[in-house]
Design a protein around this ligand. Structure first.
Ligand code: NAD
Length: 554
């Protein structure tokens, strides 16, 4: 075992092992994704989301690290599906790293072909923020998840989930945010998870309140909290394909139903029911085809139960894991009777250029994050929601790996954030540079017809020029890292996303990069929706004075 395999933890402090902070920042981000506090299965380089990896192999990881250490300030490292393939002369204002992950020519873009190529060592699955090194643990998705449940509360339950039962499954890297997001909205979460180790991890980090092994006990604990109006999150050890039908047998119809099992991946994601967990893992190893068939059968059972709950009055939605598509392919004709969460709840925010952004203290010093929290709270004191959110995460959510924050900010706030943080680094208010990045869920930056681009106003759900344009644009703006990934969230064949990171090192060059990337990337989301004919986006584009040649003026 090499050093990296036993200790993939980003260095802290201000000593550089690279030629500059731009390279050092990217190196620390990659290592941070594989920190055991951060990654779900660091030994196999798996960060989260089924098999989302930070590098193709440990050898590739070492080679990326070595390349970043040698990379000059006017060079760019090319990464092809988690493997470094070349260092080319570019310019200081160019990206230091560009990457493309899991891309396949459309006709061949299936899981089977992908796996064959993966077995040949030619590609790897990068999810959204694993290959792009932007993953910061469950905190990264917490506010988005809370935002989704709060929109559900606003729309259906008078603004709160108090006295409401939310049933979901999956306590993995992203799914872990669900119990806390539900309790934040005052509700009671019953989260089914088949792997006890994952539940214990969420209990230890305070994302979930308690674990039980028995459905009856779970329901009585939930009932108690519902009656008293208390918020509570209960992890139930079990398989969703067993538990959801069992709820119906007991005539329990939750108020809200969703799911965050890794249903996008039939082999390494979804766990089939009808057999103990350990047996399922053994079947996966000995007979992958039988495993996939069993997983698909279980998904059908699971989705049929969700549909029955929908018919009996529950608010049901898919949480971006492709479960409806899997069920439809396996013959559940009504699988798309319930919506996806982005289409249902987040698109209106994207139309305004709002979105999630995250920043990572490369020093490893939590004080840097608290100083940025304070600066943002002062600067945006009028935004009570933002100030409350920053107070909440500071008091309640533990850092995983390098201290980091993720927030939903408006178009205007995101522009200011970059300048503000870079100035704080320049003035020495922060002890070291900060990486500014986002997850790959941004709608302008992806084509994902079962998720971010589901139900586009002009029917352009499957048009995939947008993520490519977004990546080209962010590279033109000089982001420190630019990436395009195939398959995030909903799996191979179903999505293409683009992302970026900029290292705010306090320099003038970093300031220029941040101004241009953040302005262009936020505007891109508005342009995407304005082009698709969304009236709020058209209004926002006009308000911002964006140059959109065929923008309707009405
Ligand atoms: P993960 O692979 O880390 O965790 C999935 C969890 O589901 C595991 O803990 C697994 O044990 C559990 N599980 C699998 N089958 C089960 C079953 N039948 N019953 C009960 N538990 C079961 O994945 P993750 O990072 O948490 O992501 C979950 C899904 O959400 C993925 O499909 C991912 O692509 C999608 N996703 C969501 C977001 C988001 O915005 N929340 C973002 C990216 C991806």
């Amino acid at each position: 075992m090499t050093l990296s395999q036993s200790a993939a933890r980003a260095p802290r402090g201000t000593d550089l092992s690279c030629q500059g902070w731009e390279q050092e920042g990217l190196l620390r981000m990659m290592m941070n994704c594989l920190d055991p506090e951060v990654a779900e299965n660091p030994h196999d380089l798996i960060v989260y989301g089924g098999t989302g990896k930070a590098a193709r192999s440990w050898e590739a990881f070492e080679a990326i690290a070595a390349s970043l250490r040698e990379l000059g300030p006017a060079e760019t490292l090319l990464i092809q599906s988690g493997k470094p393939v070349g260092v080319l002369a570019t310019a200081p204002q160019s990206p230091r790293v560009v990457m493309s992950t899991a891309m396949l020519v459309p006709k061949w873009a299936t899981w089977n072909i992908f796996r064959e190529l993966e077995d040949l060592g030619l590609t790897c699955f990068g999810q959204s923020t694993a290959a792009s090194w932007s993953y910061i643990g469950a905190q990264g998705i917490l506010q988005s998840t809370a935002e989704v449940f709060s929109e559900v509360a606003r729309r259906y339950f008078g603004g709160t989930l108090r006295g409401r039962l939310v049933v979901t499954a999956g306590l993995g890297g992203m799914g872990a945010a669900q119990p806390l997001a539900v309790t934040l909205n005052g509700g009671v979460a019953l989260v089914v998870e088949v792997d006890e180790g994952r539940i214990r991890r969420r209990l230890a980090s305070n994302y979930c309140d308690m674990m039980v092994r028995d459905l009856g006990q779970a329901l009585s604990l939930a009932g108690e909290a519902l009656t008293s109006g208390q918020s509570r999150s209960i992890a139930l050890l079990g398989n969703a394909a067993d538990i959801l039908p069992a709820l119906l047998e007991r005539d329990v119809v939750p108020d809200v139903v969703t799911d965050q099992t890794s249903a996008h991946d039939m082999l390494f994601g979804y766990i089939p029911n009808g057999m103990p967990y350990a047996e399922a893992l053994e079947l996966r190893r000995t007979d992958p085809e039988a495993y996939k068939a069993a997983a698909l059968d279980s998904i059908c059972r699971h989705v049929r139960a969700m549909l029955e709950m929908l018919d009996r009055g529950a608010v049901v939605f898919e949480y971006g894991n492709g479960i409806r598509d899997q069920a439809l392919k396996a013959g559940v004709e009504r699988a798309f009777a319930f919506p996806g969460y982005v289409n249902g709840y987040l698109q209106p925010l994207y139309c305004q250029g709002q979105g999630a952004i995250r920043w990572i203290a490369l020093s490893g010093d939590p004080g840097d994050i608290y100083a940025i929290d304070e600066a943002l709270s002062r600067r945006f004191a009028a935004d009570a929601n933002l100030v409350r959110w920053l107070e909440f995460v500071q008091s309640r959510v533990a850092f995983q790996g390098l201290p980091a924050r993720a927030c939903w900010l408006t178009y205007e706030q995101r522009q200011e954030l970059g300048v503000l943080v870079n100035e704080m680094v320049r003035k020495g208010t922060l002890s070291a540079p900060v990486a500014i990045t986002r997850d790959l869920s941004h709608t302008g930056a992806e084509a994902s017809p079962y998720r971010e681009t589901e139900g586009m106003p002009d029917g352009s759900d499957t048009v995939a020029d947008w993520p490519v344009l977004n990546a080209l644009l962010n590279a033109a703006c000089g982001a420190s890292m630019v990436c395009v990934n195939h398959g995030p969230g909903v799996g191979i064949g179903n999505s293409i996303h683009a992302g970026y990171s900029v290292i705010a090192d306090g320099s003038e060059l970093a300031g220029a990069k941040l101004r241009s990337v953040l302005a262009a990337d936020c505007a891109f989301s508005v342009v995407r929706f304005a082009d698709a004919g969304s009236r709020p986006a058209v209004r926002k584009a006009i308000e911002l004075g964006l140059k959109v040649p065929l923008l309707p003026r009405g």
